[in-house]
Design a protein around this ligand. Structure first.
Ligand code: ADP
Length: 501
């Protein structure tokens, strides 16, 4: 039986909102916290909140937050019992987990072996074989023979995806529409995988044209117990990356939810998992679901699960790492109400979501019942260009989906940020959209429905004039103006009218 050992000090190998998030749970558990920081973060909130802080290097993450040796040195010097990696940076780095363990420091996460297996898409598929887990039709092994690959693609049915086994973060995927382009795309996929990931292994998956992305939160202890905390719906994505998440999903039936939950627990069991993890599925229009991959860490979007289940997932992670058995079983986990998260990025939704740079000249958080803001900033602070441009996570809770949505719209209105462009107006666009309201939206939402001109961003004087002219022209059917009405749809005209009010 695994010995339990209460931690006295935890080093948080991260920055920004997630570092603060982890520290808060540590404080509630009476555990002292150690921050690490780079040159760009000398004044950062996570450094101020921690009991101790350790400088680890220059601003680029390769010289600081990704420098495993410096982080382990900090942990040893400041006598940390454990390291919490947060998400991103070193959180899914099996070598780092191993190094920490070898140095006598507990890595708050799964074993290095679980991280390694689930970090490779093909190894993950191999691990779950024998557990009756539905996989996307295609090949479950690396394939190099083009003729054979072509045959497999035809069997799966076009369009297909060629995926790099070592890919991640939405990179290393190619869509092939038909047999004619197959050979060319496969050669490109292999050479890209070699240069980007140092591993040319690729495989084929049927491309599910309009899927939903639904994931399950799981948690295991070191005594063989594994449970799930229901699902999160994460289909609103731009560049294959999530922007809005919610729990529970508006479309799953209780029956499918239970089946998928069991499946997620089995995926975790297949790699002897312990700690917090997420099992991702894609779900087609008929609610057939397929295992996609497992993320072996805490996710950005974990708060929506916390709000509907009442658990503090970071505390549970820490207890598991201390060697404790889960103090609850599946039957003790229930959900109540609905929660939505909007990732507030310093990005310009008018300009293809390009990261925007600058300082938070005004920064006033929304407040009130059912609103949680996880952030790492204060008014006046610059958004460092070196890291992820996420300013905060705005999370709302309501007794049902409708209330969570209305509350989010209210909170977006109350959130006052100036100095950088943000995804707040994009959030209100999505939350007001009938397709989102209906719940049937897919990962194609942004491509299908989003148009920058539909955003409710404040108009400047020139834009106001232009909008007035546009409306005027669209109302006149003068001969030299033919075509304007075609270009300016009625819907858009009424939107401009509303914005000019
Ligand atoms: P990564 O490791 O890069 O995140 P994933 O395999 O998790 O890669 O896929 C990322 C996203 O790509 C998914 O959320 C989904 O939107 C899309 N995707 C992946 N596989 C498929 C597929 N077979 N069919 C359709 N979309 C897919």
């Amino acid at each position: 039986m695994k010995q339990t050992k209460k931690f006295k000090r935890i080093l948080i190998a991260n920055r920004g909102e997630i570092a603060l998030r982890v520290m808060r749970s540590c404080k509630e558990m009476g555990i002292k916290t150690i921050a690490v920081y780079s040159d760009a973060d000398r004044e950062a909130q996570h450094v101020k909140m921690a009991d101790f802080a350790y400088y680890i290097g220059e601003a680029p993450s390769s010289k600081s937050y990704l420098n495993s040796d410096k982080i382990i040195k900090a942990a040893l010097e400041l006598e940390a019992d454990a390291i919490h990696p947060g998400y991103g940076f070193l959180s899914e780095n099996a070598e780092f987990a191993q190094k920490a363990t070898d140095a006598g420091i507990v890595f708050i996460g799964p074993s290095p072996e679980s991280i390694r297996v689930m970090g490779d898409k093909l190894e993950a598929k191999a691990a779950v074989m024998g557990y009756n887990i539905p996989l996307v039709p295609g090949t479950a092994e690396s394939i190099t023979d083009v003729a054979l690959a072509k045959q497999k693609a035809a069997e799966a049915g076009y369009p297909v995806l060629i995926k790099a086994s070592a890919g991640g973060g939405g990179k290393g995927m190619r869509i092939v529409e038909n047999e004619e382009e197959f050979e060319d795309q496969m050669e490109r996929a292999i050479s890209e995988a070699k240069s980007a990931f140092g591993n040319g292994a690729v495989f084929i998956e049927k491309y599910i044209t309009s899927p939903k992305h639904i994931e399950f939160q799981i948690m295991g202890d070191q005594h063989g117990n594994i449970v799930h905390f229901f699902e999160r719906e994460c289909s609103i994505q731009r560049r294959h990356q999530k922007v809005i998440e919610e729990a529970p999903s508006a479309v799953l039936t209780d029956e499918i939810r239970e089946e998928m939950g069991k499946c997620a627990v089995d995926v975790a069991r297949s790699c002897n998992y312990y700690g917090a993890g997420t099992v991702e599925f894609i779900v087609d229009e008929e609610l057939n679901y397929f295992f996609l991959e497992m993320n072996t860490r805490l996710q950005v979007e974990h708060p929506v699960t916390e709000l509907i289940t009442g658990f503090d997932l970071v505390k549970e992670q820490i207890k598991v790492a201390q060697g404790e058995a889960l103090s609850f079983s599946q039957e003790n986990i229930s959900k109540r109400g609905h929660s939505i998260e909007l990732r507030v990025y310093a990005e310009d939704p008018q300009n293809n979501f390009l990261p925007d740079t600058g300082s938070l000249n005004t920064y006033k958080r929304p407040q009130g019942v059912g609103v949680r803001v996880d952030d790492g900033y204060e008014q006046g602070m610059p958004i460092p260009i070196f890291y992820d441009p996420m300013i905060s996570k705005l999370i709302t809770y309501g007794k049902d989906r409708e209330e969570a949505i209305e509350r989010m719209l209210r909170a977006i209105e109350e959130y006052n940020i100036s100095g950088v462009k943000t995804t707040l107006p994009f959030g209100s666009f999505v939350l007001k959209h009938e397709n989102f309201r209906g719940g049937g939206f897919t990962t194609k939402f942004v491509e299908q429905f989003f148009e920058a001109s539909l955003l409710d961003t404040p108009l400047n004087d020139i834009e106001k004039e232009a909008a007035a002219v546009l409306i005027h022209l669209s109302q006149q059917n003068i001969s030299n103006n033919q075509g304007v009405e075609e270009k300016v749809s009625n819907k858009r005209v009424s939107k401009w009218k509303e914005r000019l009010k």
